[in-house]
Write a protein that binds this ligand. Structure first.
Ligand code: 5AD
Ligand code: SF4
Length: 443
């Protein structure tokens, strides 16, 4: 029996793709191993969102440069595969398979050719009409699961490789999605995350022709589901009905990730984001007016070409105005084949670094303030693990906060575990990135 090892870089979409690739391999009779040394087939599912992410795969491939003895095959999948294509063979001649995510349906055929002794096979191109469907998906987490609703992206943000690496939007049929949600719930996975590069532009290809909100409401009715999340939203396509749906149904987690990228309308225009600062803030208002308190997180890029100090200051003032619960912030990284590459006035690396630190410092204070508001409250967590170093259980709230807590009658796993349970926890302390609490709930 052939053994494979897969390592994943990048976003949740990639993590979930790897679960499907693993399922495809297992259905072909392969067995998954946790060390590359034990494998006949080593796969890297790669990310090219920023230069750093892209460099990681080449350093991995270097480590094993002279190691394709005994017919060991190396495969590069995902965004770097699509972006670099056959150039990967030149840079890393020991690679045998290069396949982008829009071609994953061809994996069985490509693997068959590898098994027959082909030295180099490729699955490239973005003309896919369909989504990646697998007979088996190898999900390791028994309590939480990802579920793809839409692949690809039809936007053209000036900095972003995704349209060129994942191709145009393809939505899965609502029937397939609902069936998968039922199967996940039946298998005891109480929390699911609906995934897509832009979930808000979901459009059911079946005659039902559901939009995203209809799908969201229907998925949330799946018996056995405790929590439904979704990511990522695009502000241009985010509608008020999403907030209504969250308000009406506690199964829908009270958290929205709404990437803004910049607080300056001029920068947003250069980024081709298709909304202005006031339009973005109008959506934030919808979310804040909800009856349930909905946590808001975002992504921000600093140092986009031409970003002046004043424009950067507007991003800082946006942080204050919105009061985000968490922020993922990045230095702009010029990417191949993106419109921003040709823009003048690249901000010097050192200045980007400075702005990133200023922004993170500002946001840290906001998070300490926001998290402190929760002290004394009871929050329901899904228990995800136990940290032996601190003696705390690790939980996650519906708002997606980490809440580390001690438990009165189960201070440590003693053969029994709390992992996978939903428990009320009283918040006693707050830091910038997590909460601390206590649970006395009977187990
Ligand atoms: N440079 C820096 N950050 C980027 N992102 C996307 N492209 C780039 C780039 N070229 C960030 C955006 C996006 C997140 C997933 O990654 O903030 O929302
Ligand atoms: Fe990275 Fe974007 Fe590809 Fe995800 S879609 S793996 S973030 S480049």
């Amino acid at each position: 029996m052939k053994r494979f090892y897969i390592e994943t870089f990048g976003c949740q979409m990639n993590v979930h793709d790897s679960e499907k690739v693993a399922g495809t391999l297992i259905a072909r009779g392969y067995r998954q191993v946790d060390k590359p040394e034990q494998a006949d087939l080593i796969l890297y599912n790669t990310c090219s969102i920023r230069d750093k992410a892209e460099q990681k795969v080449y350093s991995r491939l270097q480590q094993f440069k002279r190691d394709n003895r005994n017919g060991r095959v190396f495969a590069v999948l995902g965004c770097v595969a699509e972006q670099e294509g056959e150039r990967i063979f030149e840079r890393a001649p020991h690679v045998g398979l290069v396949c982008g995510s829009a071609s994953y349906n061809r994996l069985p055929e490509l693997l068959a050719r590898i098994e027959d002794g082909d030295r180099r096979v490729t699955g490239l191109g973005l003309d896919a009409q369909e989504t990646f469907e697998t007979p088996v998906t190898q999900r390791d987490n028994p309590h939480r699961a990802s579920l793809t609703i839409i692949e690809g992206c039809d936007k053209s943000c000036a900095y972003c490789v995704v349209p060129a690496t994942r191709g145009p939007e393809r939505s899965r049929s609502s029937q397939l999605i609902l069936t998968e949600a039922c199967e996940l719930a039946d298998a005891g996975r109480g929390e699911i995350q609906l995934l897509g590069q832009n979930v808000n532009s979901y459009r059911d290809p079946s005659p039902a022709a559901w939009d995203f909100v209809t799908l969201l409401r229907r998925v949330a009715q799946t018996p056995g589901l405790r929590r439904v999340r979704f990511t990522t939203s695009h502000p241009r396509d985010f509608v008020g009905e999403i907030v209504d749906a969250i308000d009406e149904n506690p199964v829908l987690c009270n958290h929205v990730h709404l990437p803004v990228q910049s607080g300056s309308s001029a920068v947003l225009e250069r980024m081709q984001r298709l909304y202005t600062r006031p339009e973005y803030l109008a959506r934030i208002e919808w979310i804040k007016r909800a009856r349930r308190q909905i946590a808001i997180s975002t992504d921000i890029i600093v140092g986009f070409p031409g970003e002046t100090q004043e424009e950067f200051d507007q991003t800082l003032s946006l942080l204050d105005e919105v009061g985000y619960d968490s922020v993922f912030s990045f230095k702009y990284s010029p990417r191949p084949n993106t419109p921003a590459l040709a823009l003048p006035d690249q901000v010097p690396e050192q200045e980007k670094g400075r702005r990133l630190l200023v922004l993170q410092e500002r946001q840290r204070a906001i998070q300490i303030r926001r998290n402190s508001l929760l002290i004394g409250r009871r929050e329901e967590v899904l228990v995800e693990g136990f940290n032996a170093a601190t003696g705390q259980w690790i939980g996650r709230t519906s708002q997606n906060r980490t809440l580390n807590f001690t438990h009165a009658s189960l201070p440590a796993p003693d053969g029994r575990t709390l992992v996978g349970r939903y428990l009320p926890v009283r918040v006693t302390r707050a830091g910038p990135n997590s909460l601390v609490g206590e649970s006395a709930d009977l187990i």
